[in-house]
Design a protein around this ligand. Structure first.
Ligand code: BDR
Ligand code: CA
Length: 303
């Protein structure tokens, strides 16, 4: 499967990129960077840093720095650390971004791999909305868009109503859910079932000192954040769960519904059912233990 990850690394984004690299089912052909957990320049820098650590070269295209419309956007440094990768304070600039915007790269890759390309969007949906606006054929050229975002029956995580990726650009997300594009939404209903414990991270570091050790290191900050909000057992592997939905949808339970996003007021960013919208596959559950075990197995294979 040809895959592009649209990302804002981000601790769980780093896990998702490493997992995609480790999956024999996936041919990871590029990363597109968006603002979100970090400012977009940090997102693209971190994406290149992670690829270098993983020892593979892949184009990184930088995209949106701000959401659609007016904003009081601030990065989620309290969740992912000041530079996006936990307690790491200095992250080298390795390589450079390609000379093409994220949206232009997505549009070009979708046309070149018509009917084959899966886009796994694990950041605010601004780059995806930009790609849809840039090329009307983008929606039909991509095979599927798999989104980490939204909360269907679950509470939000950045507000009681909204999940962070949708909240950071409610307008872009609403435009994406209005488009005629095959979508799987892997929201908090599924990702809060895939918790990695400190013991899981310890095992990763033990059996895969380089990549597993890096993941264990950056996860300390992320685990601490989840503990501070009352999730005591571990931290959700949100974005990696979306990667697994690309390759193993049979281990998820989906409901087919149209969705819209609340665009203002205190419920801004909430994803709610709307019969007038194109139907998307909303994950309401996943085999959580299976997801955690497969994640660990594949990361260990990286060494
Ligand atoms: C999502 O928001 C970000 O903080 C994570 O990287 C993930 O994509 C979870 O709500
Ligand atoms: Ca993310």
């Amino acid at each position: 499967m040809k895959l592009i990850i649209d990302t804002d690394p981000g601790v769980d984004d780093a896990m998702a990129i490493a997992l995609a690299h480790a999956m024999p089912e996936i041919d990871l052909i590029g990363l597109t960077a968006c603002f979100g957990n970090t400012f977009v320049s940090q997102s693209s820098r971190n994406a290149r840093y992670i690829c270098d650590l993983l020892g593979f070269a892949v184009p990184v295209a930088e995209g949106a720095s701000l959401p659609y419309g007016e904003t009081d956007y601030v990065p989620s440094a309290n969740v992912h650390g000041p530079e996006g990768l936990g307690n790491i304070e200095t992250i080298s600039q390795i390589g450079k971004n390609i000379d093409e915007s994220a949206a232009a790269f997505l549009v070009r890759m979708a046309a070149e791999h018509k009917g084959e390309l899966v886009v796994c969007a694990v950041a605010p949906l601004t780059n995806i909305a930009d790609a849809l606006a840039l090329d009307p054929a983008f929606a039909s050229n991509v095979k599927e868009l798999v989104i980490m975002g939204g909360a269907y029956q679950h509470n939000g995580n950045i507000t009681p109503y909204a999940e962070a990726n949708i909240f950071h650009d409610a307008k872009a997300a609403d435009a994406v859910f209005a488009a005629d594009i095959p979508i799987k939404m892997i929201g908090l209903d599924a990702t809060m079932l895939t918790l990695l414990t400190p013991h899981d991270f310890h095992e990763l570091a033990l059996h895969a000192p380089k990549i597993g050790g890096f993941i264990e290191h950056i996860s300390k900050f992320y685990l601490e954040f989840y503990r501070s909000v009352g999730v005591m057992t571990g931290c959700p592997m949100h974005d990696a769960t979306a990667v697994l939905a690309c390759t193993h949808p049979e281990n998820f339970t989906f409901e087919e519904v149209g969705l819209r996003v609340v665009l203002d007021g205190k419920e801004i960013g909430q994803t709610i059912a709307d019969d007038t919208r194109p139907r998307v596959q909303v994950a309401v559950s996943v085999a959580g233990k299976w997801a955690v075990d497969l994640f660990k197995e594949r990361i260990v294979s990286l060494g």
